[in-house]
Ligand binder design. Structure first.
Ligand code: XMP
Length: 424
């Protein structure tokens, strides 16, 4: 293994993730583990050069005082405890640097080249000569996992790309081009468009739509998995925030871990989750290093139910095409205006009503398209992006002339709260 590691034992501090990121910013790899990790578990981790115990106020979590096993202090590497009542020796950046390099004698060897080399070794060790299955949506996380597994185990990986008809323009083609043609992965492309749209016909309620899409996705994936023989592992694009948000031993769950728990138990796969200690920006860096194209690596967040929650109310094929086409125009114009990466998320939505307009000197009765463009840090709250009027004007003119059935464009001015980022 190429990387030195600092282990943070989580005694309830809310700053554990921030500390891990600070350590990584010095070029030293760091992982957070539960406070009750045993001495031998730490010894079994590769290249551990030091341990930091990091607690919340008085190390009390939910009214109970917690502590590490006392034998942790007998490890033959430096162990430091951060007293959370304000006195944090090493929370100061200079002191942290001294701790890492003078006390623990770490080397600055945390970088994506080494991370990938280590993961390739670990994946090969875990998988052996068995086979791995991956649901490849084309989103950043699953794409990076696919590229990493492709490098580690080649044709022992099978990717399944389910096209539910709710993907953005060009996405299924891009997935097939990058993974099927260029990387020559074993890629099973499933055209499930009719199946999904039939199930969704006439369904207006957003929660119902989400449930149908989620359940049908699992059914399609499960059917494909059962057709294959000798698969022992399921790879997932779980990343570190997914684990933190699902609740650690000391933290509270923010939301259910969306990667785990969705698939039926009787599929009986062991999990391969090589990105589970990475933050999102690190996942992107990993994807770049693995040679994935920028439009895949810097892809915006995209909900699992896809355009299904942007084609508002009961989904119809004509409105679905209108939302897909207007979204493609919006993305193209934002790209040209240099806004990719500057505005956090942008897309269009289309409501299920029409309004009166004029086209070619005659009355028209067509749908409006809504533009949504927001900035946020964590998607829990959001502000609208302050866009240039000339840009909005240009996008509007293109949408009303190029997208069939659309005669108006509106800009959604709502912050979150009160609006959510998505409309459904
Ligand atoms: P809301 O609409 O709740 O969205 O303000 C916050 C962020 O989450 C994305 N989003 C989803 N992501 N599965 C996902 O993986 C989903 O079902 C889903 N719904 C919303 C949304 O695009 C925004 O970035």
């Amino acid at each position: 293994m190429k990387q030195d590691m600092i282990v943070i034992l989580d005694l309830g501090s809310e700053e554990n993730s921030a500390l891990a990121r600070k350590i990584r910013s010095f070029g030293v790899y760091s992982e957070i583990h539960p406070h009750d990790l045993k001495k031998e578990n730490i010894q079994a981790l590769p290249n551990v050069k030091g341990v930091i115990l990091y607690g919340g106020k008085n190390n009390v979590v939910d009214g109970v005082k917690i502590d590490v096993f006392p034998e942790i202090y007998d490890l033959d590497i430096p162990v430091v405890s951060i007293d959370h009542d304000g006195k944090c020796p090493i929370l100061d950046l200079n002191d942290l640097e001294k701790f890492l390099f003078d006390t623990c004698k770490c080397e600055k060897n945390w970088n994506m080249t080494n991370f990938i080399a280590d993961q390739v070794e670990l994946i090969r060790k875990q998988v052996g000569d068995k086979k791995v299955l991956l649901a490849l949506s084309g989103g950043v996380d699953s794409s990076v996992v696919a590229a990493l597994l492709e490098k580690a185990i080649g044709d022992k990986l099978t990717c399944v790309h389910v096209n539910h008809g709710l993907l953005r323009q060009g996405e299924p083609e891009e997935v097939c081009k990058v993974f099927g043609d260029e990387m020559q992965s074993t890629l099973i492309y499933v055209d499930a468009i009719d199946r999904f749209l039939d199930k969704l016909k006439g369904v207006e309620d957003p929660e119902q739509k989400r449930k149908i899409i989620g359940a049908e996705f699992i059914r399609v994936f499960e059917e494909e998995a059962r057709k294959l023989e000798g698969i022992d592992f399921l790879a997932q694009g779980t990343i570190y925030p997914d684990i933190v948000e699902s609740g650690t031993k000391t933290g509270k769950a923010v939301k259910a871990h969306h990667n785990v728990g969705g698939l039926p138990d009787d599929l009986k796969f062991e999990l391969v989750e090589p990105l589970k200690y990475l933050f999102k920006d690190e996942v992107r860096a990993c994807g770049k290093e693995l040679g994935l194209p920028d439009n895949m690596v810097y892809r915006q967040p995209f909900p699992g139910p896809g355009l299904g929650v942007r084609c508002l109310g009961a989904i119809t094929r004509d409105r679905l095409e209108a939302v897909r086409a207007s979204d493609a125009i919006l993305r193209e114009e934002f790209e040209k205006a240099g806004l990719r990466g500057k505005v956090w998320q942008y897309f269009t939505a289309i409501p299920d009503f029409k309004s009166v307009g004029v086209r070619d000197n005659a009355r028209s009765f067509e749908w409006p398209v809504i533009i949504r463009a927001v900035n946020t840090v964590d998607a829990m709250t959001a502000e609208i992006a302050h866009l240039d009027w000339d840009l909005l004007d240009k996008i509007t003119k293109r949408i009303v002339t190029e997208v069939k059935g659309v005669n108006r464009v509106c800009y959604d001015l709502s912050p979150k709260p009160t609006g959510t980022i998505e409309w459904e």
